[in-house]
Write a protein that binds this ligand. Structure first.
Ligand code: AMP
Length: 124
């Protein structure tokens, strides 16, 4: 799938739509999910134009990949969830119900998260 430069996260990166930033560096922006599913729900995105995990894993530079992985850990610690635990999740493509076509990692925490894929989370 070709990258759509008008997807909502691209517009956030260009400053066209407000966001609640929790972390930013050369390669990464992280902000609070507008519809949080847990007390801590942060979206961590690369600044580069990658549609999904698959494209990011194949085409991003080592520096971009390292920055994103390191950022998730830094944010988890800054949010105070690292000790109790947290979940990192990315939806890639149609079967995973990815809604925004700019690669993003969800960071969930702040409560007991239950099983990884409870039945009610599965798309019908
Ligand atoms: P996914 O289904 O993995 O593509 O998740 C997309 C996520 O983006 C959802 O959790 C939405 O609540 C979130 N989202 C959509 N628009 C915005 C926005 N403008 N600011 C913050 N989060 C958003």
């Amino acid at each position: 799938m070709a990258y759509d430069p008008n997807n909502i996260f691209a517009r956030i990166l260009r400053g066209e739509i407000p966001n609640t930033t929790v972390y930013e560096d050369e390669h990464v922006l992280a902000f609070r999910d507008i519809n949080p599913l847990t007390p801590t729900h942060v979206l961590v995105i690369p600044k580069g134009p990658y549609v999904d995990y698959d494209q990011f894993a194949a085409e991003a530079s080592d520096a971009e990949i390292a920055a994103l992985v390191r950022a998730v850990g830094k944010i988890a610690r800054a949010e105070g969830v690292a000790e109790a635990g947290y979940r990192v999740l990315t939806n890639c493509g149609a079967d995973a119900h990815q809604e925004v076509p700019h690669f993003h990692v969800h960071l969930f925490g702040g409560e007991r998260l239950g099983h990884m894929l409870p039945k009610q989370m599965k798309a019908k």
